[in-house]
Design a protein around this ligand. Structure first.
Ligand code: DC
Length: 242
């Protein structure tokens, strides 16, 4: 039976990197749900919608089509027919996405889309790994494997600074730390879909671990949890055959 791995965690915790690496090693379909919220924010910008007009910000989802596909282990997001995979990473999108993604009507619709994407892959017999902020708590609370990936704000700010340097972005450590703490506050205090650890999610702290170590830790958790399930199914089969 196909299974779902759900991963949540704050900005800079390494979810994106780790999810892709784990997906590659275990042959899972990787789904980055932040891309869907970013694509919606891009639609708001392209249609000149005032972000304070929540009704219009939500209603744009009736007029556009958002689609996330996996091709050769790469995720591509389409806004109608246009590949907007690069456009969703601009500073303009970064500026508005935490606000547009906090609107309840938007969250409900994107949650539906996330479930549809997930179930479509499961129907094809694939196992999936989906990452975001509310996957373990709202989107797939019954996922077989649930992980909360965390790191201290200082560690996450250090990582973001290194990333910025590689991308030619000049921002002081204090500015980066401030923006990380601001995003945490927004993400954790949303009315719906707030970032929090599900009681039954496994907590993984990546602060003092290399990428490889965190990847292996998560692979072991997945193997352990899916083995437990296989054993349970095996026991059920023995019971029903006796
Ligand atoms: O992971 P990211 O930075 O690409 O996410 C972009 C925005 O979308 C971020 O502000 C948090 C929001 N988001 C969310 O509210 N729920 C999710 N499941 C995924 C992302």
């Amino acid at each position: 039976m196909s299974y779902i791995v759900a991963i949540d965690g704050p900005a800079g915790s390494g979810k994106g990197t780790i999810t892709k690496l784990v997906a590659k090693d275990l042959n899972l379909v990787s789904i980055d749900t932040g891309m869907l919220y970013r694509c919606h924010a891009l639609a708001v910008i392209k249609n000149n919608i005032d972000i304070n007009n929540e009704e219009e910000v939500e209603k744009i989802l009736d007029k556009v089509n958002i689609n996330l596909i996996n091709k050769n282990n790469k995720q591509i997001v389409f806004l109608n027919e246009e590949d907007v995979t690069n456009q969703i990473r601009t500073p303009e999108v970064n500026t508005i996405v935490s606000k547009t993604s906090a609107i309840i009507g938007v969250r409900n619709r994107i949650t539906e889309l996330e479930r549809k994407i997930g179930y479509d892959w499961l129907k094809e017999g694939k196992n999936i790994i989906m990452e975001g902020r509310d996957i373990t708590t709202v989107v797939f609370p019954d996922a077989k494997v649930k992980i909360y990936l965390d790191a201290t704000p200082i560690e996450r700010a250090k990582r973001r600074c290194k990333q910025n340097k590689r991308n030619g972005i000049n921002q002081s450590f204090e500015e980066v730390l401030q923006s990380i703490m601001e995003r945490d506050k927004n993400d954790m205090n949303k009315e719906v879909g707030a970032l929090k650890k599900a009681p039954d999610a496994v907590y993984v702290d990546s602060s003092k671990c290399s990428v490889n170590k965190v990847k292996n830790k998560i692979i072991n958790i997945i193997k352990e949890k899916t083995k437990e399930n296989k054993n349970e199914n095996h026991k059920k089969n023995i019971k029903s055959n006796s």
